[in-house]
Unconditional design. Structure first.
Length: 250
């Protein structure tokens, strides 16, 4: 099942996508072209993982990490499908990062690796937008680089964990203005989802609704105002967001 949060006729709804159509809580069909999409989950914390694909680390001329490299993505950065990403004034290199996002459904601390998937509610698509100008090195958490308002598109919906037979075998693609810029597969993650959950929960409690961004494959490239970014993950869908100049009206 695909679950969505959206605004329709001035009210927020939590609905589902069924047979290609959006429905509200009462099962009534809602025209998708008339809704304002929200992030499909309202997380307590968003954890990001840097350099979790060896080829991505290589394209940045960085060594493959020996343990997960973590950062926090501010909740103020989160936006939904079709919402504009703001390009900060004066920056030189802003890019997309297509990522599988894991949604926690059951709280836990010191979760064993073999129990990790019992704590997963589902999956969605994330675009971990980054300004490379503000990244120093992997030991400096890239909060400024990744934490601007609008730098965390999520959606359009989340998919039940039971509907994804193998989250470690999903194709990932990014399109800019319709052209493929990035391709990869979750099978190439350095640290698997169960590894990440075990590592994170070894020092902090994971709560229902927490979101974990699992890293991006190689293929980053700059985007500019006027571009349209689409992130596609097999079995989930396609997340689309335009890039606009900071301060431009949406």
């Amino acid at each position: 099942m695909r679950h969505a949060r959206y605004i329709y006729q001035g009210r927020m709804h939590e609905g589902v996508l069924r047979d290609g159509e959006l429905h509200d809580e009462q099962g009534r069909r809602v025209p998708m072209e008339e809704v304002v999409w929200l992030p499909p989950i309202s997380p307590r914390t968003v954890y990001g993982l840097a350099l979790n694909f060896a080829d991505h680390a290589a394209e940045l001329h960085l060594e493959k990490p020996k343990e997960p490299v973590l950062f926090i993505k501010p909740n103020a950065s989160l936006i939904g499908h079709l919402a504009p990403i703001c390009y900060p004034a004066g920056v030189e290199y802003m890019h997309y990062e297509a990522e599988l996002a894991v949604i926690i459904g059951r709280a836990g601390r010191r979760i064993r690796r073999e129990d990790a998937f019992h704590h997963v509610l589902g999956y969605t698509i994330a675009n971990d937008v980054t300004v490379r100008d503000f990244v120093g090195n992997m030991y400096r958490p890239p909060i400024r680089a990744k934490g601007w308002d609008t730098f965390g598109p999520l959606g359009p919906w989340w998919v039940d964990a039971a509907d994804i037979s193998n989250p470690h075998q999903l194709a990932i693609r990014t399109y800019v203005n319709g052209d493929v810029r990035q391709q990869g597969n979750t099978q190439d993650m350095i640290f698997r989802i169960d590894d990440i959950i075990a590592f994170l929960s070894s020092f902090t409690t994971l709560y229902p609704g927490d979101v974990i961004l699992t890293g991006t494959p190689p293929g980053i490239s700059p985007v500019r105002p006027g571009d349209v970014i689409e992130v596609e993950i097999e079995g989930i869908g396609r997340l689309q967001n335009p890039v606009v100049e900071e301060g431009a009206s949406s």
